[in-house]
Design a protein around this ligand. Structure first.
Ligand SMILES: *[C@@H]1O[C@H](CO)[C@@H](O)[C@H](O)[C@H]1NC(C)=O
Ligand SMILES: *[C@@H]1O[C@H](CO)[C@@H](O)[C@H](O)[C@H]1NC(C)=O
Ligand SMILES: *[C@@H]1O[C@H](CO)[C@@H](O)[C@H](O)[C@H]1NC(C)=O
Ligand SMILES: *[C@@H]1O[C@H](CO)[C@@H](O)[C@H](O)[C@H]1NC(C)=O
Ligand SMILES: *[C@@H]1O[C@H](CO)[C@@H](O)[C@H](O)[C@H]1NC(C)=O
Ligand SMILES: *[C@@H]1O[C@H](CO)[C@@H](O)[C@H](O)[C@H]1NC(C)=O
Length: 465
C-alpha cells in the first residue's frame, strides 16, 4: 500500500499542474475573445472604421469560390493564369456618379451573368432610346457581353423602358439581346423621373406590343415620339456622352473591353479571334507594368446608305472597290481615323481563316496626332473627361491626348474592322448649334483641360488634343 501511495504522489502533482495550466489558458482565451469583441463593436461606432469593415467583409465574401456553371474553357484557364483577373458578379446597384443617379446592372444579359473575366470581351457603349435601332445588329455580331449605359432623364425613362421591352421581345435578334446586353440607366438628380424600376422584374413585367391587331409588326417605341417631345430636348439638355462611356466601362466585368459607339458594327467573330490571338502569342500584350500601355484599334469604315453591312474583310473590300465603302469620316476629318499602314491594310488580301494579328504600330503623334481610334483595351487607359458633351465634339480626342502623354502604343489589328451604320455624313453648315458648343469647348480644352492633363499625366511636346 505504502509503496503504491508513494508512486501516486508524483502523478497527483502532475495532474494538479496540468489543471492549473488548463485553467490559465482558458482565462487567457476568454480575455482575448473579449478584446476581439470589444474592438469589433468599437469599429461599428466610429464611422470610418465601420465603413472599412463592411468593405473588408464584402471582399471576404467575394473571395468565396463558387464555381458558376459552366466550367472555364481551356482558353479561359490559360488566360486566367496570364491575366490573374477576378470576376465580379453583375448585380443591381443604385449608385451616384457625380450629379447622376445610376441604376447599374438594372437588366443583366443571361449569358453575361455567367461570364468570367477571361472568357470574353465586353463591348461598352452608351446612348439614349433614339439609338436603340443599332442594338440588334451589334448584339448579333458581337455575341459577347455588351455593357450599355442609357441616359434617361425625366419622362424619357418611360420610353426607354418601353424600348428595352421591345428590343428584348419583338426582334428576330432579341435572343442575342437577352443573352448579352446589360442595361444601366442614368439621369441627373436635377431631372428625376417620377418613378424608376426597383429591380429587373419590374422592367420585364412591363407590357409591350410586338404586333398590331391587323398582324403587322408594331413600330418600335423609339420611333413613336417626335424628337421635340423628348424630355432631353424640351429641357435643353446636352448629351453627356463621356459620362455614359465611363459608366459602361466601369460596369464591365471582363478583363478586356472594347469601348465603342453603338453605331459602329464590328466584323463577325471578333471576340474569339482576339482571345485566340492572345493565347497564341502572349507578347502581344504589355503585361509588364514597366512597359508603356497598349491598345488594339480596329480600322473604321462607313457605307453608302442601303448597302448591306459586310461580315468580313472580303465583303468589305468588294464594297470598297465599288466605292460603296470608304474610310470613316473621310470627308469630315480624314486624319481622325487614318490608321498606320492603311494603304497596305486595304491592299492585303484577306485570308480564308480571318486569323487576327497585329498589323502596324504607332504612337498618337505626328501624322496620327488627331487620331480618334476605337480599340480593345484592358480597361486601364484614362477615363473619358466628363466635362465634354457630345455637342462639344472632341469627346474622344481628350482621352487620346492623355494616352499620348502617357506614351500609349496603338497596335492596329488585321483583318477585323468596324463599319458605321450605313449612310455617309457630309460636312454641312447645318449643325450650327453644335458648332457653337464646339467653339466654346475648344477654348475650354485649350485653357483648362490641357494644362490640367499636363499636370496629371506629364508633358510631351508632340501630343495634341
Ligand atoms: C455570383 O453569382 C453566382 C450565381 O448567382 C453565385 O453562385 C455566387 O455566389 C456569386 N458570387 C459572389 C462573389 O457574389
Ligand atoms: C411613365 O410611367 C409611369 C408608370 O408606368 C406613369 O405613371 C407615368 O404617367 C408615365 N409618364 C409619362 C409622361 O408617360
Ligand atoms: C395595320 O395597322 C397600322 C396602324 O393601325 C397601319 O399603319 C398599317 O398600314 C396596317 N397594315 C395593314 C397591312 O393593314
Ligand atoms: C439651352 O442651353 C444653352 C447652353 O446651356 C443655352 O446657351 C441656351 O440659351 C439654352 N436655350 C434655351 C432655350 O433655354
Ligand atoms: C508576338 O507578338 C510580338 C508583339 O506584337 C511580335 O513582335 C512577335 O513577332 C510575335 N510573335 C509571333 C511568333 O508571331
Ligand atoms: C447640305 O448642304 C447642301 C448644299 O449646301 C444641301 O443641298 C443639303 O440639303 C444639305 N444637307 C443637309 C442634310 O442638310
Amino acid at each position: 500500500m505504502a509503496k503504491c501511495g508513494n508512486r501516486m504522489w508524483p502523478i497527483l502533482l502532475l495532474l494538479t499542474v496540468a489543471l492549473v495550466l488548463v485553467w490559465r489558458n482558458l482565462q487567457q482565451a476568454k480575455h482575448l475573445s473579449q478584446a476581439q469583441i470589444s474592438s469589433r463593436s468599437r469599429s461599428h461606432f466610429t464611422f470610418d472604421e465601420s465603413l472599412y469593415t463592411t468593405e473588408e467583409f464584402s471582399e471576404d465574401y467575394q473571395q468565396v469560390e463558387q464555381p458558376p456553371i459552366p466550367p472555364l474553357t481551356p482558353r479561359g484557364q490559360l488566360l486566367q493564369q496570364l491575366l490573374k483577373c477576378r470576376t465580379r458578379n453583375l448585380t443591381f446597384e443604385r449608385l451616384q456618379h457625380g450629379e447622376y443617379w445610376l441604376l447599374q446592372n438594372l437588366i443583366v444579359g443571361r449569358k453575361s451573368r455567367l461570364m468570367r473575366c477571361t472568357e470574353s470581351i465586353t463591348y461598352t457603349t452608351n446612348g439614349d432610346y433614339t439609338f436603340f435601332d443599332n442594338l440588334e445588329m451589334v448584339a448579333e455580331r458581337w455575341r459577347a457581353p455588351i455593357s450599355f449605359a442609357i441616359h434617361a432623364p425625366g419622362y424619357d425613362l418611360n420610353t426607354t423602358l418601353d424600348s428595352i421591352q421591345y428590343v428584348k421581345n419583338c426582334l428576330p435578334g432579341s435572343e442575342y439581346i437577352n443573352d448579352f446586353v446589360t442595361f444601366h440607366l442614368y439621369f441627373s438628380n436635377l431631372h428625376m423621373p417620377v418613378n424608376v424600376p426597383h429591380n429587373e422584374a419590374e422592367v420585364l413585367q412591363r407590357p409591350f406590343v410586338c404586333e398590331l391587331k391587323n398582324g403587322t409588326q408594331a413600330p418600335p417605341p423609339w420611333t413613336l415620339r417626335p424628337r421635340e417631345a423628348m424630355y432631353k430636348v424640351a429641357a435643353n439638355l446636352t448629351y453627356p456622352i463621356n459620362v455614359g462611356r465611363n459608366i459602361a466601362r466601369k460596369a464591365a466585368n471582363t478583363y478586356f473591353i472594347f469601348a465603342c459607339d453603338i453605331e459602329l458594327y464590328p466584323s463577325v467573330g471578333f471576340v474569339d479571334q482576339f482571345l485566340d490571338m492572345v493565347v497564341a502569342n502572349q507578347s502581344i500584350l504589355a503585361l509588364d507594368p514597366k512597359q508603356p500601355g497598349r491598345v488594339y484599334p480596329l480600322p473604321v469604315f462607313e457605307l453608302q446608305a442601303g448597302v448591306p453591312v459586310p461580315n468580313d474583310k472580303a465583303q468589305l473590300l468588294a464594297l470598297y472597290r465599288e466605292g460603296l465603302a470608304q474610310t470613316f469620316h473621310k470627308k469630315m476629318c480624314a486624319s481622325c481615323h487614318k490608321v498606320p499602314g492603311q494603304e497596305q491594310w486595304l491592299n492585303r488580301a484577306p485570308s480564308v481563316t480571318n486569323e487576327l494579328h497585329v498589323w502596324s504600330e504607332a504612337l498618337r503623334e505626328k501624322e496620327f496626332r488627331y487620331w480618334e481610334p476605337f480599340y480593345v483595351s484592358d480597361n486601364k487607359e484614362p477615363i473619358f473627361d466628363e466635362r465634354v458633351t457630345w455637342e462639344g465634339q472632341s469627346n474622344k480626342r481628350i482621352q487620346n491626348y492623355a494616352m499620348c502623354l502617357l506614351g500609349y502604343e496603338y497596335h492596329v489589328l488585321h483583318p477585323a474592322f468596324l463599319v458605321h451604320s450605313p449612310g455617309i455624313k457630309k460636312n454641312n453648315g447645318t449643325q450650327s448649334t453644335r458648332q457653337i458648343y464646339a467653339r466654346d469647348m475648344t477654348r475650354f480644352i485649350k485653357t483648362k483641360i490641357e494644362p490640367e492633363y499636363r499636370v496629371l499625366y506629364g508633358r510631351r511636346k508632340s501630343c495634341t488634343t
